[in-house]
Design a protein around this ligand. Structure first.
Ligand SMILES: [Zn+2]
Length: 340
């Protein structure tokens, strides 16, 4: 382009910048800002070792091979998620069994300070301490997207997640889904506040045992590589909220989120949108503990913990050609590493 547009000029940095700004920058290409998300410590370690090994080609290649193995493991985790997401959008998996795939995550609290107003830019109000609302979203791929927010006085833990899951299952049932014939796959990051906790595992196990679900999975992505489509939606929501200058109380925040979801280009595959303000949460954690205090999964959190948990009734496992088992645990979904 530089040669064809400016044939008489020599190729210089100045000419390159002129062509870049006139034809590419902003209009065609955008340089992405540095990500706010925490980097994977394993990747950071490999990157720095490779940098230090620049003088030794063989050692550098060996280190790059190790890094590649790590990246291929996280990629396989993601492929597992993408497969389940596609099956949920289609309604059935490759074997024709009904599937729903959910992903659950919480948004950065700093964007939810209440109240929000141009008046607060005044110097006298600069030190005003404002409470932050908490927002958790659940996307049921191909079906619905639900946003729940609450004030900080409500504890956000396993009971909070279970309350939201129970509500989403209830709404799906009201929409005509007979969840008894569905396989439910619940995805998220490795945070125990969200899905990776014994209480959530007990809740799904209870749903399966009582035949409310045919089968259930908890699947988490590798720590540091858990950034996904739900975070992309949070980023869009954050940008939209930044344009709303006057939001004085939680109900106005709710209306802003409703306006955000009214845009059809946001999550076009999920036509049902829920925005709920949660005022109370049942104590699911204690209730589940009372009912099943002797049953719990050891080592659900921390490094080396499994990424995939499957809950299935023993009788169904037999009819599906599996062994007589109710719980399967895998380190990574597609490899089945560390099967217990
Ligand atoms: Zn990594």
């Amino acid at each position: 382009m530089m040669v064809s547009k400016y044939p008489d000029e020599g190729i210089t940095l100045k000419l390159f910048m002129r062509v870049w700004e006139a034809n590419f920058f902003g209009a065609v290409l955008k340089i992405r800002r540095a990500s706010q998300h925490k980097k994977c410590s394993e990747c950071t370690k490999h990157k720095f070792i490779i940098k230090k090994l620049a003088h030794n080609r063989a050692a550098m290649q060996a280190q790059a091979k190790l890094w590649n193995e790590h990246l291929s493991l996280q990629y396989r985790d993601r492929v597992g998620y993408w497969n389940m997401r596609a099956a949920s959008r289609l309604g059935t998996d490759a074997s024709g069994r009904k599937v729903i795939t959910l992903i659950c995550d919480s948004m950065d609290r700093s964007k939810w300070s209440v109240p929000r107003s141009a008046v607060l830019e005044a110097k006298e109000l600069a030190g005003l301490q404002r409470p932050n609302l908490d927002l958790t979203c659940i996307i049921v791929h191909g079906q619905c997207v639900a946003a729940f927010f609450a004030e900080p006085s409500i504890t956000k833990g396993a009971s909070w997640t279970i309350e939201l899951l129970a509500h989403v299952f209830h709404v799906l049932t009201q929409q005509g889904y007979d969840l008894r014939s569905y396989e439910c796959s619940l995805h998220g990051d490795n945070c125990s506040k969200e899905i990776k906790s014994n209480s959530v595992a007990k809740f799904l196990a209870l749903m399966v045992a009582r035949s409310r679900l045919r089968k259930a999975h908890i699947q988490t992505l590798m720590t540091g590589h858990s950034h996904g489509d739900i975070d992309q939606m949070f980023s869009l929501m954050g940008s939209y909220l930044a344009t709303q200058r006057e939001l004085h109380d939680p109900s106005e925040f709710r209306e802003a989120v409703v306006r955000f979801f009214a845009n059809n280009s946001v999550r076009p595959a999920e036509r049902l949108r829920l925005v709920e303000r949660v005022s109370q949460v049942r104590d699911w954690k204690s209730w589940l503990h009372l009912g099943a205090h002797k049953s719990f999964l050891k080592g659900m959190g921390g490094p080396g913990a499994p990424h995939v948990y499957t809950f299935q009734r023993a009788g169904d496992a037999q009819t599906e050609g599996g062994k007589y088992m109710t719980l399967k645990v895998y380190r990574h979904r597609l490899l089945g590493i560390g099967k217990k």
